[in-house]
Design a protein around this ligand. Structure first.
Ligand code: RFL
Ligand code: PHB
Length: 391
């Protein structure tokens, strides 16, 4: 087979880039290790910044998001039994975020790809990248049953998530990895219950962090901070609801509607950046190159800026004979990636209970929050980061 851009990974990053390029007449093939059902079964992000929502619209995939997604102009921080509202709209000069699940967004992207008869190939095994940096043209190979298939291309996009093969193709003496692993994870539950609050609640509590989020007015998503040693089997639904209630202000806990979990999983919290994001004809995008703890809702949104830069760079290359965008991709993408890293790290530090924290650390956490609530400048910084820095 032959294509212009071979994209490894059929998650939101890969699908979005494929859709945008196809609309400009640039040919792509997407290779995905899992089945479509598996990809759509992952419950992940829920909050999209406005730049991401705009990209969905540009990809002609925004109709259902605009109908069913919810615009949120603020969220709450619960602390010391109280709730303080962060007015994103006011503090960001009129911006907001879109609450729309990654599952739905991925479904919309798949449907759009189907409509354009695109080549998204599932269940591929043993994906390998060849001639990534060589005088010969690059190609990607994969196994389908007993057969090895070869795809010749101009460029390879590594959009295959944190555990993918693309990043690992970059030699160790070129790739620099920065990583921070947090001493806790998030236990998440999805339930068919009415959300406890119309806006998200981030709760700081001495027993640990909790988050009340939602997917719609009948579908709730809740998280609690748990030790890394915990497993999903350690947490019955009853135990989960009881612990969540303990971490919320009384008046919120009292109106929390509980029910059976439809999905329950634990995600470890990690910060990670790989540099550079380009190696020869390989470009990394999304979780393949960087991970943030979910506290600031930046993960998918950081992927979106990579896709935005790559999309425009590829269009300039193919339609305008201009390689400047490709040449500066890594530098430009990383500049924004690191800002999202800083924000996610800051928000994680402010709201979580660290097992080894001393009294001094805890006082500082408290002061950080008091300062935030007392300062328009601090609120503006939170709001501009949460609603999304410009691409
Ligand atoms: P994905 O979604 O991991 O997709 C990569 C795809 O590549 C496939 N793959 C391969 N395919 C072929 N060959 C191989 N060798 C392959 N290896 C892997 C995988 O099967 C997969 O389908 O990466 P992508 O597209 O870059 O998207 C990134 C987002 O998924 C991620 O950043 C967000 O989910 C992070 N995140 C959040 N982001 C936000 O912006 N807002 C949020 O509110 C938010 N909440 C979250 C989150 C992530 C969470 N978890 C579980 C880590 C909440 C949670 C709990
Ligand atoms: C979610 O709804 O899954 C969600 C929302 C906000 C976050 C993280 C996850 O910061």
């Amino acid at each position: 087979m032959k294509t212009q851009v071979c994209i490894i990974g059929g998650g939101p990053s890969g699908l979005m880039l494929s859709q945008l390029l196809d609309l400009k007449g640039i040919d792509t093939i997407v290779l995905e290790r899992q089945s479509r059902e598996y990809v759509l079964g992952r419950i992940r992000a829920g909050v999209l910044e406005h730049g991401f929502a705009d990209l969905m619209r540009e990809a002609q995939c925004g109709a259902r998001m605009d109908m069913e997604g919810e615009i949120h102009e603020g969220f709450f921080i619960a602390h010391d039994g109280e709730m303080t509202r962060v007015d994103l709209h006011k503090h960001s000069g009129g911006n907001s975020v879109m609450v729309y699940g990654q599952t739905e967004l991925t479904r919309d992207l798949y449907e759009a790809r189907d409509k354009m008869n695109s080549k998204v190939i599932h269940n591929v095994e043993d994906v390998k990248l060849h001639n990534v940096k060589s005088d010969e043209s690059p190609y990607v190979s994969y196994r389908a049953g007993d057969e090895i298939i070869r795809i010749d291309c101009d460029y390879i996009i590594g959009a295959d998530g944190f555990h993918g093969v693309s990043r690992k193709t970059i030699p160790g003496d070129v790739l620099r990895e920065y990583e921070k692993v947090y001493p806790f994870g998030w236990l998440g539950v999805l339930s068919r219950t009415k959300p406890v609050s119309p806006e998200l609640i981030y709760a700081k509590h001495e027993r640990g962090f909790a988050l009340c989020s939602l997917r719609s007015q009948v579908l709730s998503r809740y998280y609690i901070q748990v030790p890394l040693t915990d497993t999903v089997e350690d947490w019955s639904d009853e135990d989960f609801w009881a612990e969540l209630k303990r971490r919320l202000p009384d008046e919120v806990a009292e109106r929390l509607e509980t029910g059976p979990s439809i999905e329950k999983s634990i995600a470890p919290l990690r910060s990670f950046v790989a540099e550079p994001m380009r190696y020869g004809n390989l470009f990394l995008a999304g979780d393949a190159a960087h991970i943030v703890p979910p506290t600031g809702a930046r993960g998918l949104n950081s992927a979106a800026s990579d896709i935005y830069y790559l999309y425009h760079a590829m269009v300039d290359h193919y339609l305008n004979n201009d390689d400047q965008g490709l040449d500066v991709y890594s530098q430009k993408a990383l500049a924004r990636v690191w800002k999202a890293q800083r924000f996610s790290w800051w928000m994680t530090n402010m709201l979580h209970r660290y097992p080894d924290s001393i009294d001094y650390d805890q006082r500082l956490q408290q002061i950080e929050m008091e300062y935030l609530f007392s300062s328009d400048a601090a609120m503006a910084s939170l709001a501009e980061n949460y609603t999304g820095l410009p691409f």
